[in-house]
Design a protein around this ligand. Structure first.
Ligand code: CO
Length: 175
């Protein structure tokens, strides 16, 4: 089921999400709904707080390249579901143009660590560790930021942030 996305500057996006303690049916429904919502909006990642649930849950599904016309670029089974993720190692730095379903239509270059190692649980509470130094590393950092109550535009320079806020107000008025 597609849920409603919480849009900036909604205060809920500033909440620090709480650890998941029970890996039950409610969690599985949340994850399934998050997938439906992310796909409906053509996103590559989504944190639970973006559908108003303050739990440390996120999903990522990076589109595959070179897929024949008509085939699914983001197959369901490629969805990475991360519960209680923790960055245990990070190094290097890289810049990438990011977007966010909670700040629709805005794309800005953001600096992040190039390489991260993340510990997390799957939907059954099984522990895993994943390492990346490519797009997935950026996506994990972006989504984990949401769990801490941060959106990517907070990482912009003062000038760029001002410009964004002005532009955002203008758009809100127009819609
Ligand atoms: Co986001």
């Amino acid at each position: 089921m597609v849920r409603e996305i919480v849009v900036y500057p909604d205060k809920r996006l500033k909440q620090v999400s709480k650890p998941v303690e029970v890996f039950d049916e409610e969690l599985h429904t949340l994850l399934d709904d998050m997938y439906d919502t992310m796909r409906a909006k053509n996103g590559v990642g989504l944190a639970a707080i973006q559908v108003g649930v303050d739990k440390r849950v996120l999903i990522i599904n990076i589109p595959l390249e070179g897929i024949p016309e008509g085939e699914e670029e983001q197959p369901r089974e490629n969805t990475l579901e991360m519960i209680n993720p923790v960055i245990v190692e990070k190094d290097g730095s890289t810049k990438f143009q990011e977007g966010c379903l909670s700040v629709p239509g805005i794309y800005e270059e953001v600096e992040r660590a190039k390489h991260v190692k993340v510990e997390y649980c799957d939907r059954h509470g099984e522990k895993y560790i994943i390492e990346d130094d490519d797009f997935l590393a950026i996506a994990m950092q972006h989504e984990i930021d949401h769990l801490e109550g941060h959106v990517f535009i907070e990482k912009l320079s003062f000038i760029k942030r001002k410009k964004f806020e002005k532009e955002w107000k203008k758009r809100k008025k127009a819609s």
